[in-house]
Design a protein around this ligand. Structure first.
Ligand code: DX5
Ligand code: ZN
Length: 246
């Protein structure tokens, strides 16, 4: 399996001092920052958009290589994922992870090039993200079966294949929810089929649940409340990493 990557979700950080929270977390041993973008449509909650990402980006050194330390992992819980790729690229996003469910139900929407009424297929969207020089991730909600990802991942045209798959382990929208262990068969199936794939899990991860996720084969670990609620975030980051590496 690929190396362990610990990605604290800044959703649970102090939004009044977000830049410092980002640099502190990287200093405490985090690899990436997981940046939750919610639009109030795809999920029943809102966070922030590209202008905030632009303002926090200088607080963290840019990654030296793809998927390196300091990667901004933008989890796009938004109804129109194609619409915002260029803005997030400009803002300093490195990895643009959209939801499969949004891609199949949205239109190409308004892009700087003009309107389009065509559906954006996940494949086309991945290629579009790659064309902007970003890495692409694809996320599935708890009710979405994992096999929808197979034909996307098995595509021989690498430009249309995502660099990461995100298996949600809570319903997206809020931090601090309970981990859903019944999502682990999805992770196991992906790991078995794709030994080198970056598989991210998001929701309810912490000291009590990390072994379950790591044993299933997840290597990219998001943790919001567990990291930002800890007395010693560096200690919990270490626990998460050791569980994946053991
Ligand atoms: C939920 C977000 C998560 C959230 C995780 O919709 O995608 O990234 O911040 O928070 P915890 O780790 O507290 O479950
Ligand atoms: Zn997330």
């Amino acid at each position: 399996a690929p190396p362990a990557i610990i990605a604290p979700s800044i959703l649970s950080a102090d939004f009044g001092a977000l830049g410092k929270a980002c640099s502190d977390t990287i200093g405490q041993g985090a690899d990436w920052l997981h940046v939750d973008i919610m639009d109030g449509h795809f999920v029943p909650n809102m966070t922030f958009g590209a202008p905030v990402v632009t303002m926090i980006r200088p607080h963290v050194d840019r990654p030296k290589e793809a998927f390196g330390k300091g990667t901004f992992d933008c989890h796009m819980m938004i109804a129109e994922p194609k619409k915002w790729v260029k803005d997030f690229k400009k803002a300093g996003c490195d990895l643009y992870c959209f939801h499969y469910e949004a891609a199949i139900s949205s239109t190409a929407a308004e892009t700087p090039e003009g309107h389009s009424d065509q559906k954006t297929s996940p494949r086309e969207l991945i290629k579009y993200i790659h064309d902007q020089g970003l890495r692409a991730g694809i996320a599935i909600k708890p009710k979405t079966p994992v096999d929808v990802l197979y034909e996307i991942l098995d595509n021989p045209n690498k430009e249309e294949v995502p660099d990461m798959a995100l298996v949600m382990t809570v319903e997206p929208g809020f931090g601090g929810q309970k981990f859903m262990p019944d999502m682990m068969p999805k992770v196991e199936a992906l790991r078995k089929r794709y030994p080198e794939l970056n598989i991210e899990v998001d929701g309810g991860l912490g000291e009590k649940t990390i072994d379950t996720a790591a044993d299933a084969g997840a290597n990219v670990i998001v943790a919001g409340s567990a990291v930002f609620g800890a007395k010693d975030p560096s200690q919990i980051i270490k626990v998460l990493r050791e569980a994946v590496e053991k």
